[in-house]
Design a protein. Structure first.
Length: 375
């Protein structure tokens, strides 16, 4: 037995070790996209991330023979448990060398923390919730992740399986190609019929009235996604924080609102895949890397459909087809020919059917795991 210890993050030095540890795991991985230090610091800082006003988290480091070999966070998400009438905890920010003993120690520590919180099961990975980077990549390792999607070594599946976690849900990512969309007669037909029957008008985001637009997003987001498995509503403060991060990166022509009789009924957040640029930054936006966001923006050929939601009373009317058509048409005008629709629950028939109608390719899969906590 090797001398493996797992201890909580207590000092600024520990925090920085936790933050920088992924560079050790992925240093020779050509597909990894280094996260921005400033962004990860904000997400992990319980005094700055509004998520932690309704949740708690403890971070841990694993050490072997004096060397850092892994990290994990244990999370209690009170809102999730209230909304879904569950009593579960989460693990997140998991990274480990390819050593089952190290991984087991990390999972044991996170499980014990959740047990001490009075929780009955542990689910993950969640970084730190379903409104952030979520799930483990299980298919599609030969490609870099799109913006705000996870990536991990393939051996993580074995580390998690061997500890006793079981699949609870898979998430899908669909590759969408503009030329294939425009060849989908069914999509074009459904979109045209839905447009005529509903009178829906599609407009782009008004950046000059961004605060007003955010209020519409809040209304649609928490209403449209409420029925989904694992969904937790975001507070105004959480949406404001996310919007503040994304605002400088928004391409207004592909962030769309749908209105019927002047009433907002749908919203699509489509973002350029800035991971193509972040990959070159090695975690640092300053002092000069931020310039690349503007000088290299036109080199980006991918976009990600992060959210596309229709409020419940207007669902199943083909309005999603209208959005898909408009996204493809407007994306092509700015040189975006490839898109990823992600993530979509494996049993979300409506959204997966829509991806198929667009002649999309299911090219990546992600998994959420769960394990009962032994009492």
């Amino acid at each position: 037995m090797s001398d493996i210890t797992v201890r909580p993050v207590k000092s600024k030095k520990d925090f920085n070790t936790f933050l920088k540890f992924p560079w050790k795991i992925y240093k020779n991985d050509p597909y990894w996209v280094p996260p921005l230090f400033m962004e990860k610091k904000r997400i992990l800082d319980k005094t700055k991330n509004p998520f932690f006003k309704r949740a708690d988290m403890e971070m841990f480091l694993a050490e072997k023979n004096g060397e850092t070999v892994g990290r994990i966070a244990a999370i209690r998400n009170d809102v999730h448990n209230e909304v879904h009438n569950e009593n579960i905890g989460f693990f997140g920010f998991f990274e480990s060398v390819n050593d089952q003993e190290v991984a087991d120690k990390l999972f044991e520590t996170a499980e014990k923390w959740c047990k001490d919180q009075g929780l009955d099961a542990i689910r993950g990975p969640a970084n730190p919730s379903s409104n952030d980077e979520y799930a483990l990549l299980i298919e599609g390792f030969d490609d870099s992740p799109r913006l705000m999607m996870t990536y991990n070594p393939k051996y993580y599946m074995d580390l998690i399986d061997n500890y006793g976690f079981k699949k609870i849900k898979d998430l899908y990512a669909w590759k969408i190609e503009n030329d294939k969309i425009m060849k989908s007669e069914k999509l074009l037909r459904v979109a045209e019929i839905a447009r005529k029957r509903s009178g829906i008008k599609i407009r782009t985001v008004d950046m000059k009235n961004f605060k007003r637009e955010l209020e519409i997003v809040k209304y649609i987001y928490n209403k449209a996604w409420a029925p989904n498995w694992g969904f937790i509503p975001m507070t105004d403060e959480e949406i404001d924080a996310l919007a503040s991060d994304l605002k400088p990166l928004i391409e207004p022509s592909i962030v769309l609102f749908g209105e019927i009789d002047g009433k907002p009924v749908g919203f699509a957040l489509v973002m350029l895949d800035y991971n193509q640029i972040f990959k070159e930054m090695n975690g640092h936006l300053f002092p000069f890397n931020f310039i690349k966001l503007y000088t290299k923006r036109k080199q980006i050929k991918w976009a990600r459909i992060i959210t596309l939601g229709i409020i419940p009373e207007y669902q199943k009317r083909g309005l999603d087809a209208v959005f898909y058509y408009e996204i493809a048409k407007r994306a092509e005008k700015i040189g975006i020919l490839l898109g990823e629709a992600s993530w979509i629950l494996e049993d979300n028939e409506m959204m997966n059917r829509g991806a198929k109608v667009m002649n999309g390719t299911l090219y990546k899969k992600y998994r959420i795991y769960q394990k009962d906590i032994e009492k």
